[in-house]
Design a binder for this molecule. Structure first.
Ligand code: SAM
Length: 348
């Protein structure tokens, strides 16, 4: 269906929020289910699950994506929950990649099902892949993921490599007392395979967890640990350390000698080195709630307007929601606490 951009409630032009940030990137959670139970992602007694009837169908996801694309969104990322537990994910990927205006389709996954899905997803048009991997130790892996096992993820990474994605990134949540002694090994593991490692500061998500000073492994400590593992290494910010690519990561190169091949790594630092001024994203939950900011609980329902009024109604709702996008977040303030929502509910 064509979208009536001339609608008074939906003036034409790209999505620009009050801070003049252009929103051109949408993360789409295709399910709130996950085959893992990562301790930092889920509250201890789990998160409420959406009723099946509330979860968007593929056609509805594509309808909403089309509205975003008509408003200037060019990059889509499939996430979750764990997106690969949604049946027929490659079919959805194919539908989204075929939308005129979509320049890039990416996927975030825990990698558990990539052995069977990497090739079909690549064939369906997924360009880039982010795979979560917090440890290379099987016992630690089982502990942090609750019910995951390491071998399928390692095999999945091999399958992903063979499938020919344009980029594969390894997402590592850096956790003090858990994997701080493994960051350099994880980086080397990634570099040896042509992947880009990215370290994420742990956010106090879910149930209003509060930020505890001293408990966080900061971006500065992450850099220091990588440097310490490579004596004489030089770490230089790429592009002045500004966000590069579609997301919020800042990139650095680690080189031991001037002539050495520099190794690229990224850091996502929502806690200690804000990137909110460059935020270009919005998040769509599996039930069609539009979250303009990860760190706040306010969201606008798009499923209702889609089911009642179709895509023109959605365009107006999207504009209204993003007109209220927050300047930034306050994860790092002592005592304020994070959002009630869990990562699993909105796709990180
Ligand atoms: N299941 C998929 C995956 O593993 O990538 C997609 C969803 S997951 C919520 C997306 C990313 O968010 C993962 O890299 C995960 O490690 C990260 N994440 C979840 N909770 C987090 C937290 N509290 N702080 C920082 N990163 C978190």
């Amino acid at each position: 269906m064509a979208i009536a951009l001339a609608d008074a409630a939906a003036p034409s032009g790209p999505l620009v929020d009050p801070q003049k940030r252009v929103i051109d990137y949408l993360r789409i959670s295709v399910t709130d289910r996950c085959n893992y139970r990562c301790t930092y992602c889920l509250p201890e007694d789990g998160a409420p699950r959406a009723a099946r009837a509330d979860v968007l169908s593929f056609e509805e996801i594509v309808g909403l994506a089309r509205a975003f694309v008509a408003l200037g969104v060019r990059r889509l990322r499939l996430t979750g929950g764990e997106p690969t537990v949604r049946r027929d994910l490659p079919a959805l990927a194919r539908m989204l990649r075929a939308l005129p205006g979509v320049e890039e389709l990416a996927l975030s996954t825990n990698g558990h099902r990539l052995t069977e899905l990497a090739a079909p997803l690549r064939a369906a048009g997924v360009d880039r892949l982010n795979v979560s991997l917090d440890t290379l130790d099987a016992e630690r892996f089982a502990r942090i993921t609750g019910r995951g096992t390491l071998p399928p993820v390692l095999a999945g990474l091999d399958a992903a490599r063979a499938a020919g994605f344009t980029s594969i990134k390894l997402n590592v949540v850096a956790i003090k007392g858990f994997n701080d002694d493994e960051l350099a090994a994880l980086a080397t593991f990634a570099w040896e395979r042509g992947f880009v490692p990215r370290f994420i500061e742990e956010m106090p998500m879910a149930e209003g967890r509060t930020f505890v000073p001293g408990a966080l492994l900061s971006a500065a400590e992450i850099r220091a640990r990588l440097a310490a593992a490579h004596p004489g290494a030089r770490i230089a910010a790429v592009g002045g350390g500004r966000a590069r690519g579609a997301g919020p990561a800042r990139y650095y190169e680690l080189a031991v000698e001037p002539a050495d091949d520099a190794r690229l790594f990224g850091i996502i630092s929502p806690m200690t080195e804000h990137f909110c001024d460059t935020c270009n994203r919005a998040r769509l939950s599996a039930t069609g709630a539009l979250h303009a900011c990860l760190a706040h609980d306010d969201a606008v329902d798009l499923r209702g307007p889609l089911r009642a009024g179709g895509e023109p109604a959605v365009v107006a709702a999207i504009r209204a929601a993003l007109a209220k996008k927050r300047d930034g977040h306050e994860f790092q303030l002592v005592g304020l606490g994070g959002p009630r929502k869990a990562m699993i509910q909105i796709g990180g």
